[in-house]
Design a protein around this ligand. Structure first.
Ligand code: AMP
Ligand code: AMP
Length: 334
């Protein structure tokens, strides 16, 4: 049977479909009218299907089902299709949808990571307990937009009053550098692979550092964390064993709390590394992250696992191909 790999035209669509084409699949981008002409530019996309809004995907599912479309989710699925897309989407879907409820709820995610023995920033349930610099985060994959930093509980009270958002978490602000570890876990080979490492380029926190201190003071600006791009990183080799250990532990724990399959496919452990070279985990993303777009030609790290340039997008397509060869497609689709 012939399968077509498809995704929504945004986020990491180019990487996913280029990788699918490199592995020999037909490719389909599902676009809104505004995006159509941009995605038409790329010869590795066999078809750009235009629908009025992303939500209209639900209305064309029967048609796509007949075409043996396999949907690869990415970071804009929840933003464009809604929180409940896991229930509404009836197409062949790569990845374990049951992971979404654990990932999407910050407190459940924390429980998962704690069970896995991961080092986490302190969490403040009660704002009264704030005793150091904290970062306040909102729910949903908004790419860091709207976060704010508070010096103490009074500063927090002043800032939260100005915003009309009820669902947030207060985390200890870790002084260090952000490092995002991009992994892939294959239930076929039972191996974890590190495919790349990046950091985000965030406005305005990365822009503020370009101004001399006296201007920063005069402007009285708050740092904000809206991601606009990403940088590649190689980390000290001595940090790699811990990186792999964390990933394996997260996978093993997921198989216990989300049995039987747990988390598989691409995921990203988002960390801050401190002066003592300790990883603090801020968050885990359980699908392809946009930082993988850096490595459409593979990375230093994917090179240690594969003799071909291996992007995360291509790795997903290869996994599907290998599953098809051994008749195990049901193992990896949901
Ligand atoms: P876009 O297609 O650029 O509008 O992005 C769709 C969703 O993915 C939004 O929720 C973004 O915040 C998120 N996103 C896009 N690019 C990145 C990135 N480089 N890092 C993290 N999140 C991203
Ligand atoms: P996130 O959406 O959780 O990946 O966070 C977005 C950005 O906020 C990160 O890239 C960091 O720059 C910053 N950040 C998040 N959590 C923390 C933390 N606990 N300590 C320091 N910086 C953080």
């Amino acid at each position: 049977m012939k399968y077509t790999i498809a995704t929504l035209a945004s986020h990491s669509c180019l990487q996913i479909l280029k990788g699918a084409k490199d592995e020999g699949f037909s490719t389909l981008a599902i676009a809104t009218p505004k995006k159509n002409s941009f995605y038409q530019r790329f010869s590795f996309i066999d078809e750009v299907l235009t629908i009025p809004t992303y939500q209209d995907l639900y209305n064309i599912q029967n048609n796509l089902k007949k075409r043996n479309v396999i949907i690869i989710p990415h970071g804009s699925f929840v933003a464009y299709l809604g929180n409940d897309y896991d229930n509404k989407l009836k197409l062949l879907h790569y990845g374990n949808k049951k992971v979404l409820s654990w990932e999407g709820d910050r407190l459940k995610q924390r429980e998962w990571l704690e069970k896995a023995g991961i080092r986490l920033p302190k969490l403040y349930k009660n704002p009264e307990d704030i005793d150091r610099l904290v970062i306040v985060k909102f729910y949903g994959a908004l790419g860091g937009s709207g976060y704010f930093v508070a010096k103490n509980k009074n500063d927090f009270a002043k800032k939260i009053e100005k915003i009309n958002i009820k669902e947030f978490i207060i985390q200890e602000y870790i002084i260090g550098i952000p490092i995002y570890l991009q992994f892939f876990y294959s239930p076929l080979s039972k191996q974890v692979e590190l495919l790349g490492v990046d950091r985000r380029y965030e406005t305005n926190v990365d822009g503020l550092g370009r101004l001399p201190h006296k201007f920063q003071e005069d402007l009285d600006l708050e740092p904000s964390y809206t991601v606009a791009g990403n940088f590649p990183i190689v980390i000290r080799e001595s940090l790699l064993p811990e990186a792999y250990n964390m990933a394996e532990s997260v996978i093993k724990t997921s198989q216990k709390i989300i049995p039987p399959r747990g988390l598989y496919g691409p995921f990203c452990i988002e960390t801050i590394v401190t002066n003592d070279l300790e990883f603090y985990v801020m968050e885990i993303s359980c699908r392809i992250v946009a930082g993988t777009n850096l490595f459409s030609q593979g990375s230093t790290y994917s090179d240690y696992h594969f003799d071909k340039p291996m992007s995360t997008g291509r790795r997903i397509a290869r996994e599907i191909k290998e599953a098809l060869e051994i008749g195990g497609l049901a193992e990896i689709l949901n």
